[in-house]
Design a protein around this ligand. Structure first.
Ligand code: BGC
Length: 708
């Protein structure tokens, strides 16, 4: 008998349910601790995993009880949200996505895994791969933006980094892809509310990143909090058991979201905790995170005939298999490095690199940036210049080690006179410092406005109905703009902020998201020109909240927008175009694209398409271009989006240099889901587009014909 069979044969029902029970640790002054009878419950085999318990010594103490004092000596899992770095806080995922660099995405995940494992952790609740097209939803900060193809690539890269080459190696962690699925489509952008998307949108937009994660070997998945067309994901048997397990072949562990099993009662699909527990386990949820609904509800669910014990045993087996795969039976303490993994300082270097690669330069009128030598006095105003830039899931990051915008600017521009005033508070109504801030600006050669959101204004449970500048920040900006001096706005945010009045009038605007520990240095690198910006928007940036959802892969209308024709698809009070398209991002040089070729012109279904485009650095500085490759199927049995992303790539070019970028697409990359939602290839013409963004006016194109 295998170890797992032996354990299963020896376990009581309570011990089985214990393996499916994840509890949260409490926090004490010294850090996370086991509270409220937790130690005794571990000793009795009633807990299988901990959330929020980390730190090699703390983990060691608790794990020792499980493996030395419990009857069956089964090691515990220790799980934590390692969303954008662990001890070394990297940029939020939306910012990281802006680098469009899968190797870097993998590198930061690898670094986070090393640190997390060093802190005794075995499971991380990441990657978050919810596609979203709604910046009202605060969790847009946690994902890769609007596009399923990009999100799928990010999922694969993150999994390579977190899982490493061998899951049992000791410096790896089990990844939990989340939140399955359509969590990124909450009604009206409001957190935790229903999603109700079509089957087609589900299969074309929300599922592909999860399918990619399963294909890449993800070992755990978390169902989303939301209901999908009335069926809460925690109880969604057709999608969890049917689609995920049977169709996609996922055989890993499904871990509920926080308290989600008990919340099935609030959703209105379970009458009591026994029904809730029965629904979740029947749907395929193996681990109950913190609700203790399995502990409270499964015994009576069995008695009432709502659940078969075999379902519980299957779930326990999956949990034990993962513990075995992680090597926990042989090395329950993992690397267990007291004080965390060494090398934090080196990882800060990576943190600075990814942070500057994440910054997106939105505008730069008259090449105001990089800051010229003649600029001697700089006023840094606004509430975000000294704020914590760690972002909404700072993990084990330490705010006191983070570099603020002001600190970064002061150290990079030490020979300039930098003066500082807050002006207004980030939220609320405090404008008491406004007049003094404007006075300070009068004597400055350049004003830097550090405005935007604080970390708590984005992320989970931070939906915003009006995603502009919070509080009275606009008043500060307007007063500064009225001085008509060179003004740079730095937008700290976890989502696109709809501020056309600012992007139109400030001399330069850059998006600095939440860049993590090295935020200040990275921003200084960009504004001083030490680093030529390369970040590109992973999400379409709306002008107005009323345009949401706005995204490049829209379907064509029967009545395309025409400004002079009333009965066309448009607004009578706002433009239909975004403020900035997906992929937008300036550099201190400029690039031109020419001679897009796609061959052969007549493609067979088993053929390959060779695509080439010439890219020239037409400016005076060396720089990096990012080129996006889109397709369009203009006539198909199901209307296809006007643009579908199929690839992106980056190229470094010296000033004046020209090189050819190449891609190979398979004919199958032209397939789509037919009326029956099954993949199909239809003959006919296809457009191939290349561009630095999804701006339709700046794409170059070629045509090919698929013959079947
Ligand atoms: C979030 C998850 C997270 C979990 C554990 C929940 O509120 O939705 O993404 O992993 O908490 O912290």
């Amino acid at each position: 008998m295998s170890r797992i069979d032996e354990l299963l044969a020896a376990m009581t029902l309570d011990e089985k349910i214990g393996q499916l029970t994840m509890v949260s640790a409490g926090m004490a002054v010294t850090g996370p601790v086991v509270t409220g009878g937790g130690t005794e419950a571990v000793r009795r085999g009633r807990i299988g995993s901990f959330l929020n318990l980390w730190g090699a010594e703390t983990v060691h103490v608790t794990q020792r009880i499980a493996v030395e004092e419990s009857r069956l000596r089964i090691p515990l899992f220790f799980a934590f949200d390692v969303i954008h770095g662990h001890r070394t806080t990297f940029p939020i995922p939306l910012a990281e996505a802006a680098a469009f660099d899968p190797d870097l995405w993998e590198e930061t995940a690898r670094a986070a895994a090393i640190e997390a494992a060093g802190d005794g952790l075995s499971i991380v609740f990441s990657p978050m791969i919810d596609v979203t097209r709604d910046p009202r939803w605060g969790r847009i900060a946690e994902g890769a933006g609007e596009d399923p193809w990009v999100t799928a690539r990010l999922a694969e890269a993150k999994l390579r980094g977190l899982h490493g080459a061998d899951l049992s190696a000791g410096d790896t962690v089990a990844a939990v892809a989340k939140h399955f699925c359509a969590y990124g489509a909450p009604t009206a952008g409001r957190e935790y509310t229903s999603a109700d998307v079509s089957e087609r949108a589900l299969h074309e937009v929300y599922l592909p990143p999860f399918a990619a994660a399963v294909a890449a070997g993800v070992v755990a998945i978390m169902p989303a909090f939301n209901d999908l067309a009335g069926v809460p994901m925690t109880a969604n048997a057709p999608l969890l058991r049917g689609l995920l397990r049977q169709e996609l072949g996922f055989d890993g562990v499904i871990i509920s979201d926080y308290n989600a099993v008990a919340e099935l009662i609030n959703h209105g699909v379970a009458g009591d905790v026994a029904e809730a527990a029965a629904l979740a386990i029947k749907a395929g949820v193996d681990i109950d995170m913190v609700a203790r609904a399995y502990e409270r509800g499964l015994p009576s669910a069995i008695e009432r005939g709502l659940v078969e014990v075999t379902l519980i045993e299957e779930a326990v087996r999956r949990v034990l298999v993962l513990k075995e795969r992680l090597g926990l039976f042989d090395d329950p303490y993992r690397r267990g490095i007291a004080g965390g993994a060494p090398g934090h300082e080196q990882r800060r270097v990576l943190g600075r690199e990814i942070a500057r690669r994440a910054i997106v330069l939105l505008t730069n009128a008259h090449d105001l940036l990089p800051i010229a030598e003649e600029i001697r006095r700089i006023a840094v105003v606004g509430p975000l210049a000294e704020a914590n830039m760690l972002g909404p899931w700072a993990g084990a990051g330490r705010a006191e080690e983070a570099v603020t915008i002001l600190e970064g600017l002061r150290s990079a521009l030490a020979n300039r006179d930098i003066v500082r005033a807050e002006g207004v508070s980030a939220g609320g109504d405090d404008v008491s410092g406004l007049a003094a801030a404007i006075d300070l600006c009068r004597s400055a050669d350049l004003i830097i406005l550090a405005v935007g959101e604080t970390a708590a204004m984005s992320g989970e449970a931070a939906s915003r109905a009006d995603p502009g500048l919070p509080g009275r920040q606009r008043e500060l900006c307007e007063a500064v703009l009225a001085l008509s001096k060179p003004t740079v706005a730095i937008l700290s945010c976890g989502r696109p902020l709809m501020v056309p009045w600012l992007t139109d009038r400030a001399s330069a605007v850059l998006v600095s998201w939440f860049l993590g520990l090295e935020a200040g240095h990275a921003i200084a690198d960009v504004v001083t020109g030490r680093f030529n910006p390369t970040g590109r928007l992973p999400v379409t940036w709306p002008r107005h909240v009323g345009q949401v959802p706005i995204y490049f892969a829209r379907r064509p209308s029967g009545r395309p927008a025409a400004p002079t024709d009333h009965y066309t698809s448009k607004y009578i009070d706002e433009s239909v175009t975004p403020l900035f398209p997906f992929g937008h991002g300036l550099s201190y040089t400029r690039f031109t694209l020419a001679n897009l070729r796609a061959e052969p012109a007549a493609l067979r279904p088993d053929g390959k398409l060779d695509i080439a485009v010439e890219v020239t650095n037409a400016g005076a500085r060396d720089g990096q271009a990012t080129v996006f490759l889109f397709i369009r199927d203009p006539v198909a049995s199901v209307a296809r989006p006007v643009l579908e992303l199929r690839s992106f790539a980056r190229i470094r070019l010296a000033a004046g240099a020209c090189e050819t970028m190449r891609w190979v697409l398979a004919a199958s990359d032209l397939a789509f889901l037919g009326p029956d939602l099954k993949p199909r290839l239809e003959p006919g013409e296809f457009d191939i587009f290349a561009g630095e963004s999804a701006d339709p006016d700046r794409l170059i194109s070629a045509k090919i014909r698929l013959t079947i």
